[in-house]
Design a protein around this ligand. Structure first.
Ligand SMILES: Nc1ncnc2c1ncn2[C@@H]1O[C@H](COP(=O)(O)OP(=O)(O)OP(=O)(O)O)[C@@H](O)[C@H]1O
Ligand SMILES: [Mg+2]
Length: 386
């Protein structure tokens, strides 16, 4: 069999205790270039999954020894990218549904015709191709991101730093001899260069922050201390904009496992946003309490809010809201970086916003219990505005 668009070097494994099924599948695939292996029980099947490394595995649900459902579970635990299809008698269609809940891609009811078998094989391999392509694309994107970071750091950061340094020296040397207009232009140059250097710095940080190293240094962190450090950093910005930052913490808050520095950075990013996108005279509230084994931190403002067109994208690199922005500079990186940091803490970050009325960002972090297993990661969510 030659299936269009599918590379015939794919490997197929069939696990079934009925010899007649194994033989007929082998006969149907005869003449194709697929590599085929067969196993008459789950134990041998699992051995072949490890050694033969199949792309697609057919698993009979009713077998002596390890039950089919468990075989599927073990295959996916070993390699979640392997596509599995269950073979089942009519009487066990409900188990096929169970198998699909466990991640099986499809099911083949017995008895099946050669065409049905070929069709499901083809569909399963197409699925496998898609899965592998997605993994490749993700890897490629990651490499691009890293290469970009390297290019930016080598090709832009150093020369810009030199220009900035020379401008400072020049300004000192020309001190007193510049006209008012020349001084103004020099200031503008300095400010633009400083912005660019800051952008490169933030960008590099957003794409190349070494999360593995940060994770290695995780220790119990006191949330109140993170909030207090962040508020100290936010104060000058808040004062400049005549905005009051009000905190309210439920005491005592359990510690969380993490890195105090990067968590403080997240609160500073969200706090700076709350201030940046708010009006003079308003308040930014930072609240924290415990809820179901998580510490939950709310950062609430009554500023411009976020439109529902912008909301799905605000956590993406370089995304800046398109609507109703006050004229404040930014690079669209603060939230992207914050989300990455919160995720390595097994936490989640979400937002609820009402255009023209304000926004609330919510960070949820699992509390640290030395005597308990770590919490499963939280799903990131975006709560859309009504
Ligand atoms: N509290 C907020 N109120 C209104 N809009 C917000 C708020 N926080 C974020 N946004 C929107 O989300 C976008 C992305 O935010 P993000 O912090 O990533 O970037 P930025 O603030 O534009 O720039 P920077 O990289 O300097 O942080 C912002 O451009 C803005 O449109
Ligand atoms: Mg920001």
């Amino acid at each position: 069999m030659r299936a269009q668009g599918i590379d015939n070097s794919y490997k197929i494994l069939i696990i079934d205790d009925e010899e007649v099924v194994l033989d007929s599948c082998a006969a149907i695939l005869e003449g194709s270039d697929y590599q085929l292996a067969t196993a008459s029980d789950g134990t041998l099947g699992m051995k072949l999954v490890r050694e033969f490394q199949p792309d697609l595995v057919f698993v009979d649900l009713k077998m002596p020894g390890i039950p089919g459902l468990e075989v599927i579970d073990r295959i996916h635990a070993l390699d979640p990218t392997i596509v599995t299809v269950v073979i089942t008698g009519y009487a066990t269609v409900s188990s096929a549904v169970g198998a699909m809940k466990l991640g099986a891609y499809d099911f083949l009811p017995k008895p099946f015709t050669p065409d049905e078998f070929r069709l499901i094989t083809r569909r399963g391999l197409e699925k496998r191709k898609l899965v592998l392509e997605t993994i490749d694309l993700r890897r490629e994107k990651e490499m691009l991101r890293e290469n970009f970071a390297a290019i930016v750091s080598h090709e832009l950061k150093a020369p810009l730093g030199a220009v900035q340094q020379n401008l400072f020296v020049l300004e000192a040397e020309l001190s007193g001899s510049l006209t008012e207009d020349q001084q103004r232009r020099l200031e503008r140059m300095k400010s633009r260069i400083t912005d660019l250097v800051k952008l490169i710095h933030t960008w590099l940080r957003a794409i190349s922050v070494d999360f593995d190293t940060i994770k290695e240094k995780f220790e119990p962190v006191v949330v109140a201390s993170v909030i207090s450090k962040a508020v100290d950093s936010l104060q000058p910005h808040a004062t400049r904009k005549d905005i009051e930052v009000v905190t309210s913490l439920e005491e005592p808050l359990s510690p969380i496992m993490g890195d105090e520095g990067t968590l403080t950075e997240v609160l500073i990013n969200l706090g700076n946003n709350a201030i940046k996108y708010s009006y003079a005279g308003s308040q930014v509230l930072i609240n924290a309490h415990e809820e179901d084994d998580r510490v939950v931190i709310f950062i609430t403002d009554t500023g411009v809010g976020i439109s529902k067109e912008d909301l799905p994208f605000i956590f993406e690199d370089f995304y800046r809201g398109k609507t109703r922005q006050p004229v404040e500079r930014g690079h669209g990186l603060g939230l992207a970086l914050s989300q990455r940091i919160v995720e390595i803490h097994n936490g989640s970050i979400s937002v609820e916003s009402d255009l023209g009325k304000g926004s609330t960002f919510v960070i949820r972090l699992p509390i640290y219990c030395s005597d308990r297993h770590p919490q499963p990661p939280l799903q990131a969510e975006v709560i859309r505005n009504p």
